[in-house]
Design a binder for this molecule. Structure first.
Ligand code: ARG
Length: 454
């Protein structure tokens, strides 16, 4: 298509390094869509005659139908999806096909196709995020009052509710959704009509093509438009951030499914066996979600480094923008679907969680708080007194709430018999009613609010 000034064809390796068709064929739908909008505008502006417009439009439909039926071939001599589609169009309708590329370059064409593709990817991701969020909200509601140990430094800290713990992931997923929406809104400008880099002398209507393709407006600067890949980087940034959240939840599942924790049994559907150890139930899916976060972050770094230092306007380096975005989308889609399945089908072993919450002196803070509230002690002193109670319980090998009133009084006479009431894990979580706290009623209210906010 660009061979006019060359006497020889490209070397085989030149062809291979130059070609993007093996990966950019994934954008064939967006490419057809962009071309149809472009030719309709060329017709409306009187730049291409109506019968040629009709032939091109119908021809593009035929090319699309063929792609749909037979797939897109890897014809490296045609370099990329844009050239292949034009070649196919020429086979279908003859020389009129050559009018499609009027007032357009592959530079604005690929920028447009890729924005359309990333926009579709974001829409799919938002649906997948909503499915995961539905699962988290349902399980959080179910376990609003299930007590588990809360950790800091992975040491038993204070009792929390499993519902509250799951709602922490809802918060992350909700932020991810807002990040993707935000990126989508910012990227929704149409580069088409920026041509190679300088715009065009043809009387095109960029507002019409932008509207036809569902963009909010055309981009404002042709040089920026053909060389901007911020939209892809923002998508990858949101995806990488999301993958980090998924990897944290995945890690919790890996820990929780281990025998020492025993907090969760993953369903058979989301576990794998060992070929040598018959007793094993491995959390492979969770481990892979954890692992995918590394690859997804790699995709982001890959495109950032590709774009670093590129002068205006288009450079061929930018062709390497697509593989990391496609890879990221596939990995994130799998991770979200797997995490949703695991959350939906996991069996939470609430008795085990409760037992461990009760065993780690996790309500010591509640006793200290009681001494402040009822005994009027300064918190520091209450902390010290409670520390002695913990040491005593430890020496006797009993839970804090198993210390007798006499034992407690012997530690400090200000610990009244009523103090024992605050030592149960249920009383502890029920008392944490501060906004954002772990109390079961808070969790239920948070679930309701999250559903309403959708
Ligand atoms: N295959 C190219 C890409 O993906 C299309 C743009 C080619 N433009 C050019 N001036 N060679 O970036």
């Amino acid at each position: 298509m660009w061979g006019g000034r060359f006497a020889e064809g490209p070397a085989a390796v030149m062809r291979e390094i130059n070609a993007s068709l093996p990966f950019d064929k994934r954008m064939w739908r967006q490419d057809i869509r962009g071309s149809k909008a472009h030719v309709a505008m060329l017709g409306a502006q009187g730049i291409v005659a109506p019968d040629d417009v009709a032939a091109i439009d119908a021809g593009l439909d035929r090319v699309a139908a063929n792609y749909d039926a037979d797939g897109v071939p890897d014809d490296l001599s045609l370099e990329d999806i844009h050239m292949l589609t034009e070649a196919r169009l020429a086979e279908a309708i003859g020389p009129a096909a050559g009018r499609l590329h009027t007032a357009r370059s592959r530079n604005d064409q690929v920028a447009t196709d890729f924005r359309l593709w990333v926009r579709d990817a974001i829409d799919q991701t938002l649906e997948a995020l909503a499915a995961l969020d539905d699962a988290l909200l349902a399980r959080a509601e179910e376990h609003a009052a299930s007590v588990m140990p809360g950790f800091t430094h992975l040491q038993s800290a204070q009792p929390v509710t499993l519902g509250h713990h799951l709602m922490a992931y809802h918060e992350m997923i909700a932020r991810d959704g807002r990040r993707f929406r935000d990126a989508r809104a910012r990227m929704n400008e149409c580069p088409l009509g920026s041509a190679a880099l300088a715009g065009t002398g043809f009387p095109i209507d960029r507002h019409a093509t932008a509207a036809a393709l569902g963009f909010d407006r055309p981009t404002r600067n042709s040089l920026d438009a053909v060389s901007d890949r911020d939209f892809a980087i923002e998508y990858l940034t949101a995806a990488a951030q999301c993958s980090l959240h998924l990897s944290r939840l995945a890690e919790e599942f890996v820990l929780w499914a281990s025998q020492p924790f025993g907090f969760v049994t993953l369903s058979d559907q989301w576990s794998t066996g060992s070929s040598i150890m018959p007793q094993k139930r491995n959390p492979d899916a969770a481990e892979l979600v954890r692992g995918h976060a590394g690859r997804i972050t790699g995709c982001l770094v890959s495109l950032m480094v590709t774009m670093k230092g590129l002068p205006l306007a288009y450079s061929k380096d930018m062709q390497d923008d697509k593989p990391p975005v496609f890879e990221c989308h596939d990995l994130l889609g799998l991770s979200l679907a797997a995490m949703t399945g695991m959350v939906e089908s996991a069996t939470f072993r609430t008795e085990r969680m409760r037992g461990l919450a009760e065993s780690g002196y996790a309500t010591a803070t509640d006793l200290a708080d009681w001494l402040v509230r009822e005994g009027g002690l300064p918190f520091r002193e209450a902390h010290h007194v409670t520390g002695r109670a913990v040491a005593r319980a430890e020496a006797l090998g009993v839970k804090l709430d198993a210390l007798s009133p006499e034992e407690l009084a012997a530690i400090d006479p200000r610990i009244g018999a009523e103090a024992r009431a605050v030592l149960s894990v249920d009383a502890s979580v029920a008392s944490r009613t501060s906004f954002g706290g772990t109390a079961p009623d808070n969790v239920r209210a948070a679930v309701r609010a999250a559903r309403e906010a959708r």
